[in-house]
Design a protein around this ligand. Structure first.
Ligand SMILES: [Zn+2]
Length: 80
């Protein structure tokens, strides 16, 4: 059985925002990705095109880039 590999479209995002707990800047990097395949469909039930996926990834990444995150240590202190 051959293995079909679907191409994954990726978008690398990074942000540099102040931690809400200590106020020091926190740098984060994250890669958002979606696979271009016959099962990845949009709201209309059509297979997503590469352009659609790129647009979605851009929107998701832009939203994520605007959300401040606390350092893991700061988060623990805030919880206790
Ligand atoms: Zn912090």
């Amino acid at each position: 059985m051959p293995t079909y590999r679907f191409r994954e479209i990726k978008h690398q995002a990074s942000k540099n925002l102040p931690c809400p707990v200590c106020g020091k800047k926190l740098r984060r990097q994250r890669t958002f990705g979606q696979t271009l395949n016959p099962f990845n469909k949009n709201a209309d039930g059509q297979v997503k095109t590469e352009l659609e996926i790129v647009r979605e990834l851009n929107a998701t990444a832009a939203e994520w880039e605007q959300q401040p995150e606390p350092h893991p240590n700061c988060q623990q202190q805030a919880a206790s």
